[in-house]
Ligand binder design. Structure first.
Ligand code: AMP
Ligand code: GLY
Length: 431
């Protein structure tokens, strides 16, 4: 069969790479893809938001499964648009993707399901938000733009002044465009974050092994927020007992409330969690695989991803049987361009990829890469590669990933050096 993956980041490279391993698949197309998917699949130059073009391509090429990676096309309704043309698509409908596309919708859904989350208030104008901040205790709060802002629309504020400034930037200066017209202001939670992803058909929930991302730019979780600088799987912070609790008290309830709200959820339900003294609370929902979590996660998946996606579309996840995972943990380190998450310079040739391709148990997933007119692979985005490796322990997976990272070079490339250290500290502690 032929499969079309929508998107062009590290997540979509991992999805296309895994899907291409299915014995049932002859061709995998990626729209628009990147250099990694050029080698592991076939790129097609179509913008994911150009639905008529996507539909035309899928029909002309007899695509039997479309798998959507990023949130923008999901929130814009790609699944509804393609389904209405008779295509089979893995991902949530536009209505269900609001769980990610609107933080107000997400918080109200959590509240309706009695699902643990930070206390919050919602605002539809800046004046009301500022009045609220002036009239409450000067506690740390988190100000969030309601709409999609590429992970940047969340400000954790130490005091009232910072919070007022956040409201000013989001709702008055409109730093994130329309995304900031409405706001959520919520209690700041403390603890460690984990990502628990599940695949659901709206009836059955397949909870995947927990992961941990590293959202801050620099070592020790310092510096500005990014799209994610590295991830590993599984995350020992979420042990089996806790995972079961999360499934029962968070995932099941969410799927149930979504059904009750008449926007049944189908696809990847990704709970961003804070685990601390207050217990486990939901920070946010995403409605797709995480990037970079997807890379270490899918590297461990042994069951055919196409079977899982088709069972989800057909609402037959209950018939899928046991999903198998490689028992070895994986660690993925993001290599970024100088300046990321701010402005970066692009076009520097990347060396070492051929050498790393020969390393066993290592896979390099591409995000911001391009081929220049000399045929060299160059950096072309903030996050450039996710260098992902297996190991017999998390510590060994980290060692293997960084061994590969050291072989890859371009001018002013950088990465965090402490990916998975929190888990390694727990591994050592438990021995
Ligand atoms: P979100 O997009 O809602 O996940 O927020 C992005 C990041 O902001 C999270 O990964 C957390 O690091 C941080 N964050 C969001 N909400 C809170 C909160 N209530 N308390 C503390 N940190 C938060
Ligand atoms: N890794 C965070 C995200 O995908 O939103």
């Amino acid at each position: 069969m032929k499969v079309l993956v929508i998107g062009g980041g590290g997540r979509e490279h991992a999805m296309a790479w895994k899907i291409s391993q299915s014995p049932r698949v002859d061709r995998v197309f990626v729209a628009p893809g990147n250099v990694g998917t050029f080698f592991d699949a076939e790129n097609i130059a179509i913008n994911p938001l150009d639905f008529p073009k996507v539909i035309q391509f899928a029909k002309e090429n007899k695509v039997e499964l479309v798998a959507v990676g990023p949130e923008q096309p999901l929130c814009a309704g790609i699944v509804d648009a393609l389904r209405s043309e008779g295509l089979r698509v893995f991902g949530p409908s536009k209505a269900a993707a609001q769980l990610e596309g609107s933080k107000i919708f997400c918080k109200n859904t959590l509240k309706a399901g009695l699902i643990p989350t930070a206390d919050f208030a919602t605002f539809t104008d800046a004046d009301a938000a500022m009045d609220y901040l002036r009239n409450r205790d000067d506690l740390p709060v988190v100000v969030k733009a309601d709409g999609l802002a590429a992970g940047k629309g969340v400000y954790v504020c130490k005091n009232r002044e910072e919070a007022l400034q956040a409201v000013q930037e989001m709702s008055v200066d409109m730093k994130f465009g329309q995304a900031g017209t409405k706001l959520v202001i919520e209690e700041k939670l403390d603890g460690q974050e984990a990502s628990v992803l599940a695949i659901t058909d709206g009836k059955t929930i397949l909870t995947l092994p927990p992961c941990q991302d590293h959202k801050a730019a620099w070592d020790g979780d310092k510096g500005p927020n990014t799209g994610g600088m590295g991830a590993y799987c599984p995350a020992p912070l979420v042990d089996e007992k806790m995972l079961h609790w999360i499934e029962e008290n968070i995932l099941v309830r969410t799927v149930h409330v979504m059904n009750r709200q008449e926007c049944p959820f189908s696809g990847v339900l990704y709970a961003g969690l804070m685990i601390g003294r207050q217990g486990v609370k939901v920070l946010e929902y995403n409605t797709r695989f995480g990037d970079p979590e997807c890379q270490p996660l899918l590297m461990r998946l042994k069951t055919d991803l196409v079977d899982i996606m088709e069972a989800t579309i057909d609402r037959k996840l209950d018939k899928l049987g046991t999903v198998e995972w490689d028992p070895r943990p994986t660690v993925g380190v993001v290599m970024a361009s100088d300046g990321y998450p701010g402005k970066s310079e692009y076009g520097f040739p990347i060396s070492g990829l051929d050498e790393v391709a020969k390393m066993p148990d290592v896979k390099v997933f591409h995000s911001g890469t391009q081929v220049n007119d000399k045929g060299e692979i160059v950096n072309a985005g903030g996050r450039v590669l996710t260098v992902t490796a297996f190991g017999d322990s998390i510590a060994l997976a980290k060692k293997n990933a960084y061994e590969a990272v050291r072989k890859i070079r371009w001018e002013r490339a950088w990465c965090r050096h402490d990916i998975a250290d929190k888990a390694i500290a727990m591994e050592i502690g438990s021995n």
